[in-house]
Design a protein around this ligand. Structure first.
Ligand code: HEM
Length: 442
């Protein structure tokens, strides 16, 4: 049947059962880019086991996909993790977009609930450095050695957790250590099992034979995660709507619309926020800080702009930095992979694309479909506004409150590691010294 499908060109060889899976080396976005270049095509097709995948690497094709054909591409593929950990594919990232009216209702209520559950950005931005602030290290003459990756993950996770459930779970000063440790372990496991990493998703026979116990592991993880999420829901239910967080707001909607806002929907929404909003944000801040540390002149300019306004809410450059550095590599819609990484680095699309030049975005909006860190179309990121706000504030606070220095030459290394959110291979470590202005800001 495939012979008659008029598909985009495809690399050879495609093996009988696994298709092109044997060609896929990490990092995936580079492999897909290489395959496109080898074929001289910006739209190619591949077979991941039993699944047909179309890879798009040009703004014109992206525009066609997400304007004219947006509705056709509004679903997402089924993955085993969505079945066992994602409440049988019923969360926001559910595959059958058109089947369930609560998707849009869900997204709206998420927006509503998150916007009402104050993000507490000021204290969140300072939280990775709380020990510094409260202890003897809080002096302006002492240089501190900071491993930023884990601090930024804490910041981003605590921020979302506080908005979603009114709790802090990472760092030294957490609400309940034992509970926090259990949840941290679960989240770590869920990240490791995140979409697109289970071979059973491409070769269904592996699921039937429970290859390497993967299916069983997912079932076990799903049960543990559910028990935990139910605990958060029950705790907020006992708060009788007095808590100012997302779960609590959704529980009050449950009273008027119980058929939409079931416990399962609420647990799914909360879980997705934690999964989709944590790593993405912290990885982006880490890339942005790395680029700034590698370009002290830009860092100086940003600080001068901020100092002139004396408040971290002013941070015009946050979006360009995000766009330049932390773009998620591609987004998936019914197994259409958009290689945003390749588009963002295409010399036909961007002048001098691999140089860090935040000023290229000073004019404001970028026209065309050349820039898409948050995806595009109706399945684009519903956390965009929140992410931009938190990222801007976190970056601005880091720039304004500390003098920064790189530790060594290897910070210049911009190699990416593996993972859906495209983390840095080497965690960012830097030296910093507190600036007096910190007192005023945080
Ligand atoms: C720098 C931070 C972030 C980046 C770069 C980012 C990027 C993305 C991208 C590329 C997608 C896929 C879009 C598509 O398939 O077309 C996505 C989806 C999503 N993001 Fe984000 N995101 C970020 C932060 C957040 C935050 C803070 C939240 C929520 C608290 C969030 C929640 C979601 C959800 C729920 C989806 C799935 C939407 C759907 O399937 O309809 N994201 N994000």
């Amino acid at each position: 049947r495939r012979k008659n499908q008029n598909l985009p060109p495809s690399p050879v060889p495609a093996l009988p059962v696994i298709g092109h899976l044997h060609l896929l080396k990490q990092p995936l976005h580079r492999t897909l880019h290489r395959l496109s270049q080898k074929l001289g095509q910006q739209i190619i097709s591949l077979r991941f086991g039993s699944r047909l995948v179309v890879v798009v690497s040009s703004p014109a094709a992206v525009e066609e996909c997400f304007t004219k054909n947006d509705i056709v591409l509004a679903n997402r593929p089924f993955f085993a993790i969505g079945e066992h950990v994602g409440y049988n594919q019923t969360t926001v990232v559910r595959p059958q977009w058109s089947e369930l009216p609560t998707v849009t209702t869900g997204a709206t209520s998420v927006d509503f609930a998150l916007s009402r559950s104050s993000p507490q950005v000021g204290s969140t931005c300072s939280c990775p450095f709380e020990r510094t602030r409260s202890g003897f290290l809080f002096t302006s003459w002492l240089k501190l050695h900071v491993e930023l990756k884990s601090k930024l993950f804490e910041l981003s996770f605590n921020n979302i957790m506080r908005m979603v459930a009114g709790k802090r779970y990472l760092g030294e000063d957490v609400d309940n250590h034992e509970e926090a440790e259990r949840f941290r372990e679960l989240i770590r496991e869920a990240f490791a099992q995140s979409v697109a990493s289970n071979p059973g998703d491409y070769l269904p026979v592996l699921r039937w034979i429970n290859y390497k116990g993967m299916e069983k592991n997912l079932v076990r993880l799903g049960k543990k995660m559910d028990a935990f999420m139910q605990g958060l829901v029950d705790e907020n239910r006992r708060g009788n709507g007095k808590n100012n967080n997302m779960i609590s707001h959704l529980l009050s909607l449950q009273e008027s619309q119980p058929e939409y806002y079931t416990d399962q929907i609420i647990k799914g929404l909360a879980l997705v926020m934690l999964n989709a909003g944590t790593d993405t944000s912290s990885v982006t801040i880490e890339w942005a800080m790395t680029l700034l540390l590698n370009h002290p002149d830009v860092l100086k300019k940003a600080r001068a702009e901020l100092d002139n306004h004396q408040h971290p809410c002013y941070y015009r450059m946050s979006h360009p930095l995000i766009a330049q550095s932390g773009d998620t590599m591609f987004h998936v819609a019914q197994f259409l992979l958009v290689n945003a990484w390749a588009i963002h680095r295409d010399p036909r699309v961007w002048e001098d694309p691999t140089s860090f030049k935040p000023e290229r975005f000073e004019a404001g909006e970028v026209e065309g479909h050349r820039l898409m860190p948050f995806g595009m179309g109706r399945r684009s990121c519903p956390g965009t506004g929140l992410a931009q706000r938190v990222l801007g504030l976190a970056l601005a606070s880091l720039i304004q409150c500390f003098e920064w220095e790189t530790m060594s030459e290897n910070q210049k290394d911009l190699t990416e590691g593996t993972g859906l959110s495209m983390p840095k291979l080497e965690p960012l470590v830097a030296m910093c010294r507190v600036r007096h202005i910190m007192d005023k800001i945080l």
